[in-house]
Design a protein around this ligand. Structure first.
Ligand SMILES: [Zn+2]
Length: 412
């Protein structure tokens, strides 16, 4: 992609309500554009990142036998009456009235839709367990939309639901989902901690994945042994001896919740009278779990963790482009020719490249390259006549002079 052709450019103005690094850097870099509080358009650069995150999530959900579906975002009230959540979710549910005074809600979760769907389509015990998921925009009537992509009113969500005949089968799947979640965050460059959280009325605990960062809104009590509880349920306080390892002391830190997994037991299957005849001929209640990750929130969290005062430092796995070529002087024929040659060879090798083809000074181009945060900057300058370029990884900032052949060996 040639930068001059890219829809959405870097801009210097800081959004007035940018209260976090991701809100500021993603808008300034031209990744996203704010429509209103908590609602954003993804511009080409931002959409590339979001899709990369979604693809990682998709691959790991497929790996634990999840099958992708896409449910509607427009839900009928009746389904929420069955689960007693029409009033209970009043504070977050966007409710609207359609033609014929039909009362509707915009999707903020999927249990009310997926439970009757699975009940309708899965009618034999032989077909269990069942795991289906979707990656869909969700809506929350959020009174405090803030922090860019961290707390939005419309956001990307992956929600998986699993259905089981026995507790043992559910427990085994729940453990598999934990492993899948760890892999997802690792692949996205996030060090996410598994934290015990309130299980609501269904079970003692659910689990959250929390990334420690100053811009986080949650407080997590934790110990170096791995023990971690969300403040909402914490049975410990700061400085306490750790109840798990007995040696460590409990610390408290701010964190962002990037995912959660939740045993739902039979709460929703009972509401929809979803049971069937088991192998032994007896009627069996179906046990259910739900597993959420917000790809847009993951994207925001990646920026919170991977940035410096100059801009973003995308991990390679989610970066919109792996390489950013900066010819010092685009009008210089030798530099332009070499830059175009490298661009072509990298693209041929399947590497995605952004080329800064603007007639701007190197200072401005370098600044933009740091703000945009592609993992590798290739500078084509004076050495171009001898076929020498500079490679600068964004993460380290250490510049290395290389011949084109050696550059290609490093990057391909
Ligand atoms: Zn401990």
């Amino acid at each position: 992609m040639y930068y001059s052709k890219l829809f959405g450019k870097t801009n210097k103005s800081v959004p007035h309500d940018a209260d976090s690094a991701n809100a500021r850097l993603l808008v300034q870099g031209g990744f996203i554009n704010q429509l209103m509080s908590g609602v954003y358009t993804y511009l080409p650069l931002g959409l590339r990142v979001l899709k990369n995150v979604q693809q990682i999530v998709r691959e790991e959900m497929n790996a634990i036998d999840g099958q992708e579906i896409l449910m509607p975002a427009l839900h009928p009230k009746e389904n929420y009456i069955k689960t007693d959540r029409w009033e209970a979710m009043d504070d977050i549910l966007f409710k609207l009235t359609g033609a014929g005074d039909k009362e509707l809600a915009l999707s903020s979760t999927g249990e009310e839709i997926v439970t009757p769907l699975v009940k309708q389509l899965v009618t034999s015990y032989k077909d269990f367990p069942v795991a289906v998921y979707q990656i869909q925009d969700k809506f929350r009537n959020e009174p405090r939309a803030k922090s860019g992509l961290l707390r939005g009113r419309e956001f990307s969500m992956k929600d998986l639901y699993s259905f089981h005949l026995t507790e043992e089968d559910f427990d085994a799947y729940y453990d598999r989902s934990k492993e899948a979640y760890s892999k997802i965050f690792q692949r996205c460059g996030l060090d996410a901690k598994l934290v015990e959280a309130d299980g609501g009325i269904f079970s003692k605990y659910s689990h959250e994945y929390q990334v420690f960062t100053e811009s986080g809104e949650d407080l997590v009590f934790h110990c170096s042994c791995g023990f971690a509880q969300n403040k909402e349920i914490a049975e410990v306080k700061e400085g306490d001896a750790c109840p798990n390892c007995k040696d460590g002391k409990i610390s408290v830190d701010k964190a962002i919740e990037v995912g959660n997994i939740f045993p739902l037991k039979t709460k929703f299957t009972t509401a929809f009278n979803f049971k069937l005849q088991g192998k032994d001929g007896k009627m069996t209640e179906i046990i259910m779990g739900c597993y959420g990750i917000g790809p847009s929130r993951v994207m925001g969290s990646i920026v919170e963790v991977h940035h410096d005062e100059n801009g973003i430092k995308w991990p390679e796995s989610v970066a919109p482009f792996k390489v950013h070529i900066v010819p010092v002087k685009w009008a210089d024929e030798v530099q332009q020719k070499l830059a175009v040659e490298i661009y072509g060879k990298l693209e041929e090798a399947g590497i995605e490249v952004l080329m800064d083809d603007r007639d701007k000074g190197p200072g401005e181009k370098f600044k933009d390259a740091d703000l945009l945060g592609m993992p590798y900057r290739v500078t084509v300058g004076r050495g171009a006549a001898d076929g020498v370029v500079e490679l600068r990884p964004r993460a380290t900032g250490e510049i290395e002079e290389l011949s084109v052949d050696d550059l290609l060996k490093k990057l391909v």
